[in-house]
Design a protein around this ligand. Structure first.
Ligand SMILES: Cc1cc2nc3c(=O)[nH]c(=O)nc-3n(C[C@H](O)[C@H](O)[C@H](O)COP(=O)(O)OP(=O)(O)OC[C@H]3O[C@@H](n4cnc5c(N)ncnc54)[C@H](O)[C@@H]3O)c2cc1C
Ligand code: SF4
Length: 346
């Protein structure tokens, strides 16, 4: 390579960091921009990962970008605009930061569904209703999950598809990772409290990944987790702060009521609201689910609708960790290929 070319990567989750390491290693000048104080994205929130209970921190340590003369990292840089002039991209945040680049890689990830929007489930009102994200926080702290009053839960219900596959929430797509998260968290609850009954309420179980099915079988066989095909309509709170669930058992075709001490809502993955800002002033497009639109979903998933802008990881669609890392390496390969002036099919 005769001339160093500049690449700006927006987002320093695992997708942005993996792509940054590969591209800086190839000799490109990379600027990695992160809106938070620290890198790592959503993995900072998770304790143990499905499907093998490996530690999230271990993945963060493995992926973390190392100091490199080709790589600069700027944190607290919340990029809100991308424009192009005289063949160069200009990226800016809401302060005076300006970054110039020959090529841009979007790795902005996703947002978590706000469970308070499902008012009928009482999140934020009933304190024994928590989300899968709250559960990760408890697990990460090394404490055991207890009720509001600090008691051992005798029964925990885990609710699938909260804010996904739900027209009322505005998200009709499947978030892909929450079924297996529900299986993983059910096992973790029984490991904390072996006598606790755990019920997972699902619409369909979507366990598409390698080793997901065996974890599901393990949950039933060794941890006695019960799976009920049922749609939850409402949660109410009793005087003693216990919870009552109203659902329809869709296999038996009859209404169902159940008491539980704690309910865990499996919140889905949503596109970032800021995606729309990044599309202003250029030809970037969003898809019908508000994630960045690929030029072609079969052979050009990492290529956006704006020439010179590529995409990696869960800003394209919901993805697990291994899919995200594969997507990042694929994006890095296409970026390198485009710099080498090999015709990339668009
Ligand atoms: C509840 C839950 C549990 C999960 N558990 C697992 C698991 O056990 N195993 C597994 O394989 N997967 C799991 N996942 C999926 C996993 O979180 C994702 O695969 C992973 O986080 C994707 O990484 P990413 O870098 O694409 O996105 P993110 O982790 O979202 O990182 C994106 C980064 O971009 C930054 N950013 C966004 N916009 C801007 C901007 N405009 N300017 C600058 N920076 C910006 C963000 O601050 C963030 O740091 C889980 C998902 C959920 C919802
Ligand atoms: S992965 Fe499972 S819980 Fe998540 S949206 Fe899809 S079907 Fe629902």
């Amino acid at each position: 390579m005769t001339e160093k070319r500049n690449i700006a990567i927006i987002g320093a989750g695992i997708a942005g960091q993996e792509a940054a390491s590969v591209l800086a290693g190839l000799g490109y000048k990379v600027t990695l921009l992160e809106k938070q104080e620290r890198m790592g994205g959503m993995l900072n929130k998770w304790s143990k990962l499905f499907p093998d209970f490996s530690s999230s921190q271990q993945i963060l340590d493995t992926v973390q970008v190392s100091a490199n003369k080709n790589l600069s990292v700027i944190c607290n840089a919340d990029i809100s605009s991308i424009t192009k002039e005289n063949g160069r991209f200009e990226l800016s945040d809401n302060s005076s930061l300006k970054v110039y680049a020959d090529l841009v890689l979007l790795a902005t990830g996703y947002n978590l569904f706000d469970a308070t929007l499902k008012e009928e489930y009482g999140y934020g009102v009933f304190e024994n209703v928590i989300t899968s994200v709250d559960f990760e926080k408890v697990h990460k702290s090394g404490k055991k999950l207890t009720t509001l009053l600090g008691k051992e839960p005798r029964r925990v219900a885990i609710i699938h598809c909260v804010g996904s596959r739900d027209a009322k929430s505005g998200n009709t797509y499947c978030s892909k990772v929450c079924c297996i998260t529900g299986v993983k968290q059910a096992i973790e609850v029984t490991r904390m409290w072996p006598d606790c009954e755990v019920f997972n309420f699902y619409m369909d179980l979507r366990l598409y990944g390698s080793k997901y099915d065996s974890l599901y079988l393990e949950a039933q066989k060794h941890h006695k987790v019960q799976f009920i095909r049922g749609r939850l309509s409402e949660i109410s709170e009793r005087q003693d702060k216990g919870l009552q669930l109203k659902a329809e058992d869709t296999l038996q075709g009859r209404p169902l009521r159940m008491n539980a001490d704690i309910v865990i809502l499996l919140v889905g993955m949503e596109a970032c609201e800021q995606n729309a800002d990044l599309c202003r002033n250029n030809t970037l497009d969003l898809d019908e689910n508000r994630f960045f639109k690929s030029k072609n979903i079969h052979y050009a998933r990492n290529i956006s609708t704006q020439p010179g802008i590529f995409m990696a990881g869960s800003c394209i669609c919901p993805m697990s960790v291994n899919e995200t890392l594969e997507s990042s390496r694929s994006a890095a390969f296409l970026v390198d290929k485009s710099f080498r002036s090999v015709q990339v099919e668009e």
